[in-house]
Design a binder for this molecule. Sequence first.
Ligand code: ADP
Length: 471
Amino acid sequence: MGRMDYAAQRKAEGETLKYFIEDPGTGTLYKRGQLLGKGAFGRCYKFTDMSTNKVYAVKVISQSRASKLDNRGKVEREIELHSQLKHRNVVGFHRHFADQDNIYMVLEYCSRKSLAHILKARKTLTEPEVRFYLKQIITGLQYIHQQGIIHRDLKLSNFFITKNMRVKIGDLGLATREEQANRRRGVVCGTPNYLAPEVVAKKGHSFKSDIWALGCIMYTALTGCSPFEISHKQEMYRCIREGRYPMPSNLSPSARELIGKLLAPNPAARPSLEEALNHPFFIQGFTPTRLSSRTCHSAPIFSLANPLRKFFQKAAKVLFRGSPCQESRTVNLLPQKETLPQGLPQCPVVEHPSLEEEKGSVNITEDPSNYPIRLLMKGSLNNSWSAAEADAKWTPGSVIEKADQVLQTCLKTIPLVEQNHRYQQQASSVRMVTKWVDYSNKYGFGYLVSDGSTGVLLADGTHIALCPQRQ
Ligand code: ADP
């Protein structure tokens, strides 16, 4: 089919798709909404289940396209593999159905598109963000591998982002069972950039080829470009086989080391997913427990003031809730070593036996607010928190003294932490219109800027703007 015919056919497919679509098996009626994107086989639309009002992303593949060549097998395999997966870091597969025109895959809707969209807006991501996303991706991939499935097409555009910024691995279009991959070793598939050396050498895909792709993804997210650029295909393949790529010096030593391990030319030398998660890059660096949706378009500033406030609120709660004057109550500011995850810098654990709902302990290691505390423990406070104090029992008075010490040290440490003014500069200098309403043919044009200011350009040329404080 010629290029024009092909384009015309695809256009026609979109235009003939009905607005109300019924699943003939269950009678469920869906209303078709906006087009979310176009894929290799079809289009993806927002669908609303009319009986529950639930919103889904539905992949629509025309029967005529599915029937061509070996497409039907591919679509069936995607459905067969994806429909058996159920994990918080894998795009949910709700059901599939077909009518005489199309095949429909009803998927969990991820309203913030993909990591590729975020990277496009941001150019590069910070290491804490990369840890945040990669941890979830690795957890999802561990599950997929446990089911005996190799994804084979891991890339930023296949990591979908939900409304609350959780990552879901999607698009199982090139996935295969491991035993099948072994049988068809010569098959080269996947995105050219992320082909592993063994795939280039036609030795077939394995679980370790997915781990190679993770190395490419981590590199791309941190540097903004792929480790192996495509300009000359043969040269690119040579670099892939030899594991040769430029390593930017601005990455942290642990990030560089992990990338090096993931991109080992010999698959056997690459770490397992579990080993990757236990690498110092993940263990020692700060990982936010959640990310604001603002980070889709501007770099986060990991505030130290708020976590500290939380720390002191907790300390105050532990000290003064119940009967504030019980001097006999003891508080141990130091961790029980065996309760800490291995490799983590030691953090204070405040214990309080009488607080039932807190089960006697507030483990600061699991709280995002422990970041400054961790820094302190790694830095100057480490010395003052000597081993001799480890078993000491603290009265509320001495806890307050300790808290004061923490605060003093924090104040000294904060400027060091914020040496990286880049984040702040980026966040304050880049302002974008995040929402707008265009009534310019009648009244004017209203907008909301990412720094919180709003404004209206009225049709007569008047410009009214409100600063973020709305004054
Ligand atoms: P392909 O398989 O060729 O990569 P897809 O059909 O999976 O393409 O997806 C096409 C586009 O639809 C994607 O680029 C994405 O923008 C959108 N999309 C796919 N799945 C979802 C989803 N679960 N939630 C939101 N958007 C999605």
